[in-house]
Design a protein around this ligand. Structure first.
Ligand SMILES: [Zn+2]
Length: 118
């Protein structure tokens, strides 16, 4: 069975909140870049328009990842509130500290993550 261990939840919470703020800030400052590309031929040449479309696609993909990141952070914060933080959501054992330290948003232990990715 899972043994009780001491995790500095407060420190993790601070870190997660900081991460969230950072992601949100990045999302804000890049909002302009995700707006639909101006298709006016007189404004931009054909090549630079392709560039613009490519840049926009990249920005959208980055933004999609930010959304996922925020969801992971929120889920981790919710687990903290419920006293479940640090336990694998899949099998319930303690998530390896090193793993948690590396990514506090991780919801699963190493084995379960391997299984779901494999
Ligand atoms: Zn697990």
């Amino acid at each position: 069975m899972a043994k009780k261990r001491k995790i500095d939840v407060k420190a993790y919470k601070k870190r997660l909140t900081g991460m969230r703020e950072e992601v949100e800030k990045l999302s804000e400052v890049t909002e302009e870049a995700r707006k639909p590309v101006q298709l006016d031929q007189t404004m931009v040449g054909r090549l630079s328009r392709m560039d613009a479309l490519q840049t926009q696609a990249m920005q959208l993909e980055t933004e999609r990842r930010r959304t996922v990141e925020i969801q992971r952070i929120d889920a981790a914060l919710k687990r903290m509130d419920e006293g479940e933080f640090g336990y694998c959501v899949s099998c319930g054992i303690n998530i390896e500290l090193k793993r948690l330290e590396n990514d506090p948003t991780t919801p699963t232990c190493f084995d379960c993550a391997e299984l779901s990715e494999g």
